[in-house]
Design a protein. Structure first.
Length: 297
């Protein structure tokens, strides 16, 4: 199997709950885990957590693919006072977990156009990218808009390809890229496949999250009516052909994982959350090509 460029398929797990969730998920065949924190690592003892995570992983061969802090590191606005320090803590602790990628939002200057955030983005992530590079780590930004637009918002500037170009021009660090998923394209009525083909060289981590777009609702009422026209979905239940996604990733020597971002599907949620996640895992493995079969000698 040495010649097979396998892309691990896993799921996101929440910070302090990571050891228990990993122990629960491993028997179902999850191969990677992305550990996430919302705004702050809080009182979490990261070195101690790394020990518990390693115990949970045991000899499974599964890996910690990424560590994430989702908050506004540029301003510390609202509940984000500890976001920047949390990024620093996670970068410093990532090697203890075996993680190679740090992910999250860029943050932004609150309720100002994206271009107004570029100078402070360059300063803050110029320093964070150097801190990460010193430990052999890469940084990847999720492109979720969090309800923001080009002109205002309070979480993220990495929401459109034009913004990506501005960000990467301002800070052309080789260890800064994207945490990409089809969902955030589809809900904006963007075809994700051509976008991935164009930007795949900057994609360091992939969230396994899809979307369903109701074209009939759009055709009748447009996108500003009262009816919802798009839903976030678990892979296998949305509109994206993940075999295409994985083909593009493998053709371009992608070295990361695909980690399912759960708790968004309108059907497979609540008591059906892990039913959906395990089915998503099976679907993504099938799109990857199924079980490895060695060639005859």
């Amino acid at each position: 199997m040495k010649d097979f460029n396998i892309i691990p398929i896993g799921t996101l797990v929440s910070g302090a709950d990571a050891p228990a969730t990993i122990a629960f998920a491993l028997p179902y065949g999850f191969e990677s885990f992305s550990i996430t924190f919302w705004q702050t690592t809080g009182q979490t003892d990261l070195p101690e957590l790394s020990k518990k995570v390693k115990e949970a992983l045991g000899g499974s061969g599964a890996v910690i693919s990424a560590m994430s802090v989702f908050g506004n590191v540029l301003t510390g606005h609202g509940g984000n006072a500890d976001a920047l320090k949390s990024w620093e803590r996670v970068i410093d602790a990532a090697p203890l977990f075996g993680a190679k990628i740090i992910t999250g939002f860029t943050g932004r200057v609150v309720d100002r156009p994206i271009e107004d955030s570029i100078p402070v983005y360059k300063k803050v992530f110029g320093e964070l990218s150097k801190r990460a590079a010193d430990k052999g780590l890469r940084i990847a930004f999720e492109n979720c808009d969090m309800g923001g637009t080009w002109y205002k918002g309070d979480w993220n500037i990495a929401i459109t390809p034009r913004a990506w170009t501005m960000m990467f021009d301002a800070l052309p660090s080789e260890n800064i890229g994207l945490e990409w998923e089809p969902c955030h394209q589809l809900v904006k009525l963007i075809d994700p496949i051509p976008q991935l083909r164009k930007w795949v060289g900057k994609v360091f981590h992939v969230h396994g999250k899809d979307a369903t777009v109701a074209r009939d609702i759009i055709a009748e009422n447009g996108i500003v009516g009262p009816d919802q026209f798009a839903w976030h979905r678990t892979p296998g239940f949305g509109d994206t052909n993940w075999a295409d996604v994985i083909t593009i990733l493998r053709q371009n020597n992608y070295s990361g994982s695909i980690d399912i971002e759960g708790y968004h599907d309108p059907v497979y949620r609540g008591e059906l959350e892990w039913t959906g996640q395990v089915q998503g895992l099976k679907y993504l493995k099938a799109c990857r090509g199924g079980d490895y079969v060695p060639n005859p000698r």
